[in-house]
Write a protein that binds this ligand. Structure first.
Ligand SMILES: C[S@@+](CC[C@H](N)C(=O)[O-])C[C@H]1O[C@@H](n2cnc3c(N)ncnc32)[C@H](O)[C@@H]1O
Length: 207
């Protein structure tokens, strides 16, 4: 893994050429990830967890942490009182770090929308920070998330301003209702934190 200068990590990881390279890069980065993203990224998982908590009726529901990484979002959710948190990620190395946090009910190594993902139990809320980005996940994956929800659920995710147009067609569907939007000026290209209420009108997958 190359030596990453502060603030260069984003450019490096987003230049991954394909799925396997992205997974391998995260695997190699896993034990240094938190130190590298450190103070810049620190407010994001907590802000996302707070936004999800605001729109979930209670803390009893099952939450899916998509692209759980090293578990920063899981820790924030657990601190807010959520107890049923499933984490998924493509990188076994990142999931090993997440497991050490001891806050997840289960951790599953899979990619959004693949067969293993579609066999997960239905959840009440989904949270995804740092996942919808260049070379990570896009509109196809965003659309696949709604199929993981019970008939109605809440999705909170981040995307940089320049990436939002790629997601717009999915976000404009009538089943998706914007609940909240917050700009976090942590990069030159601002980070949007958004919450949607989604009606899942799809049929497949486990109940
Ligand atoms: C920038 S990290 C964010 C981790 C964590 N959510 C946080 O806020 O610290 C993005 C994570 O998403 C995972 N990821 C990327 N694309 C994915 C996909 N299509 N399905 C599942 N996980 C994915 C990566 O392996 C990585 O751990």
């Amino acid at each position: 893994m190359p030596e990453i200068q502060p603030n260069e990590w984003l450019k490096w990881i987003c230049s991954s050429q394909n799925f396997d390279e992205l997974r391998d890069n995260y695997d190699q980065w896993a034990d240094k990830y938190e130190a590298d993203v450190g103070g810049v990224w620190e407010p994001v998982p907590l802000a996302a967890a707070l936004m999800l908590a605001k729109y979930m009726g209670n803390k009893e529901g099952v939450i899916l942490d998509v692209g759980a990484g090293t578990g920063l979002v899981g820790v924030a959710l657990a601190a807010l009182g959520f107890e049923r948190i499933i984490g998924i990620d493509i990188s076994p190395g990142m999931l090993t770090q997440a497991a050490a946090k001891g806050v997840y009910s289960s951790l599953v190594c899979c990619s959004i929308g693949n067969e293993k993902f579609r066999n997960l139990e239905k959840v009440n809320g989904i949270i995804a920070t740092g996942v919808f980005a260049q070379s990570h996940a896009g509109p196809v994956e965003l659309s696949a998330l709604q199929e993981s929800l019970e008939s109605v659920g809440v999705l909170v995710f981040t995307a940089r301003q320049s990436f939002l147009p790629e997601l717009q067609e999915v976000l404009s569907q009538p089943q998706w209702t914007l609940l909240d939007s917050k700009v976090m000026p942590i990069y030159d290209d601002p980070m949007y934190l958004v919450a949607y209420k989604i009606r899942n009108t799809t049929k497949f997958g486990k109940k």
